[in-house]
Design a protein around this ligand. Sequence first.
Ligand code: SAJ
Length: 415
Amino acid sequence: MSRVVVVGLGYVGLPLAVRAAQAGHRVFGLDLDPAKIEALQAGRTYVEDVTSGELQDVLARGRLDVSTEPAPNMLHFDVGVIVVPTPLRNGEPDLSCVEAAGRTLGRFLRRGGTVVLESTTYPGTTEGLLSEVLEEESGLSAGRDFHLGFSPERIDPGNRVHTLVNTPKLVSATTAAGLTAVEAFYDTVVEQTVPVSNPRTAEITKLFENIQANTNIALINEMAELCRLLDIDVWEVVEASMTKGHSMARWTPGPGVGGHCLPIDPMYLAWLAREELGRPFRFAELAQQVNEERPVLVAERAVELVRSSGGDRVLVLGTAYKPNVGDVRESPAIGVVRELQRRALDVTVVDPHVDRWSLTPVLSLEEMIPSLPNFDLVVLVTDHDDFDYEKVVSEARLVLDCRNAAPASSNVVRL
Ligand code: SAJ
């Protein structure tokens, strides 16, 4: 059993902290957000992949403590894991959270300790910025006095098949002894660890995983627009291509790409390519451009449809960035709604998973069905399982379906 500190208790950090506690470690979870800590101390989860029961169990057994403030019992931690956001600021990497977390851990780091970064970032962050702040705060030397590594998170929010435990976990460290320490920790929390040569390799592998997704989504989005103009059903093209059975992966067109990963992470590598190599990383930039155009395209199609009906009232179904989650970060729905409002349309939204939404009036799921006839157009942006698509089509005047989720009908137009 080790003494483990997890810095950042979001949709990646909380599952890791709870899993480490379940595996028998003594875990101390840190998060700057008092609302998160208050919820956790009350035994309430806020992450789809951790149930309140699992949380309450490790709290009751004294395996997990959480706080907004570091505490003396963090001293001499065995393993410190940094799982904090790595957003963009004005289109450039913002590693301020990683630096702050590194400084916090550095103050409690002692000889023999291990620090692992999980946050997605450009190659060179672990051995550069993070190593520097840890050494400054601790007075120790990375690789000699403490171990330092990188292990990318691969959480797919809401995915019940591929979980933290059964998704192979890349592990890396700056030294062989460090790799042994990092591997030993993760071997207690996941089924399979996959060592790679060094942190830079692990950092860029994670970015490659998300860039290939973002690029493929941009490709199918571009295909969708071409097929529409050629009067070809792109969804039939997708399904037909899958019959090949090999060397094809199923990507589907949509209203854009949301979440705090796919629209963000590739730009870390695009920035590094320009900044350090003086050359663009074209696929990342092109995919970003294509995907960012989608919400505007949705709004343009919606305006055409509404104007032809002489109305202006639009109901948007789904504001989360993907089905069955409540996260609106970078959600395409935000771009769609803002563009519709810019075109002076009267927009209302429904999303039973999203608690905080301030851009428009909100209808509850219960209010939605009886209200449908009051709207000139329904735009299906996020295809939550909660929506009764048969009912929506039967009650709505007109539906613009961005997800191929509604049944075919004379009043349904596909994006
Ligand atoms: N989307 C499409 N078409 C698709 C797939 C997704 O339009 O075929 C859209 C979704 O609607 C959503 C966005 O892309 O708006 C991202 O959704 P996602 O489920 O593909 O990705 P995330 O952000 O939830 O999780 C991704 C996953 N990485 C990859 O798909 C390579 C997940 O496995 C990662 O662990 C996660 O990023 C991460 O944390 O990096």
